[in-house]
Design a protein around this ligand. Structure first.
Ligand SMILES: N[C@@H](CCC(=O)N[C@@H](CS)C(=O)NCC(=O)O)C(=O)O
Length: 214
């Protein structure tokens, strides 16, 4: 398998964690999102992913895009360990926690959105950071409430083993720190982060551990 990835990309980080949890070895193809205006916009990369986003997973000649679709693919193809619970209501809860990050937070603090906010509306770096912080804080506060409220929590977002929810949450915390969010407001989330990062699958997927890390 081949993963088109960028060390700091949180969507790529999600897929790296899932691959590691499944014990799958893969080749990394780094796509630098800033160098030369962004390698994701090159004709060669757009031919692979017309959305001009990382990650992309290539498996047996098939090109897969969108981190959550990729992770679902991996989970169906390699069912152990499972990344979502079996019970339909539990599964919906885990997906809802994951989507709370992947749909409600991440897209509005993504590089291309921040670049547009800055250029089109004449904003300073400080204002752009405040924009990112606003949406990240809103999302993390809601997520922490939902995590604490559900009775099956036991070290991770749901239950005693990592799920899709943790896979989305941990990379988002890196972005939160980068934009200056105060994470001490989220003790339950920080506890989950410690538990996740104690696992090699998470620790080895961290941006600073990647071959393209700067
Ligand atoms: N919903 C997509 C998001 C992918 C995404 O936004 N990737 C970012 C890096 S985390 C990217 O490639 N950004 C390039 C840009 O903004 O130009 C997914 O989950 O795969």
């Amino acid at each position: 398998m081949k993963l088109y990835t960028f060390f700091r990309s949180s969507a790529s980080y999600r897929v790296r964690i899932a691959l590691n949890l499944k014990g799958i070895t893969y080749e990394q193809v780094p796509i630098h999102l800033r160098r030369g205006g962004g390698e994701q916009f090159s004709a060669a990369y757009r031919a692979i992913n017309p959305q001009a986003l990382v990650p992309v997973l290539e498996d047996n000649g098939r090109i897969l895009t969108q981190s959550l679709a990729i992770i679902e693919y991996l989970d169906e193809k390699y069912p152990n360990p499972p990344l979502v619970p079996k019970d339909p209501a539990d599964k919906a809860l885990v997906r809802s926690l994951a989507l709370g990050i992947a749909c409600e937070v991440h897209p509005i603090q993504n590089l291309r959105v921040l670049k547009h906010v800055k250029a089109a509306y004449n904003q300073t770096d400080e204002q752009v950071n405040q924009w990112a912080q606003h949406w990240i804080d809103l999302g993390l506060a809601a997520l922490q409430e939902m995590i604490v409220a559900q009775p099956k929590r036991s070290g991770f977002c749901f239950g005693a083993a990592p799920t899709l929810a943790d896979i989305c949450l941990i990379p988002q915390l890196g972005n939160a720190r980068r934009y200056g969010c105060d994470l001490s407001k989220y003790p339950a989330i920080l506890e989950i982060e410690r538990n996740c990062n104690a696992l090699p699958a998470f620790a080895n997927a961290a941006p600073e551990k990647q071959p393209d890390a700067e």
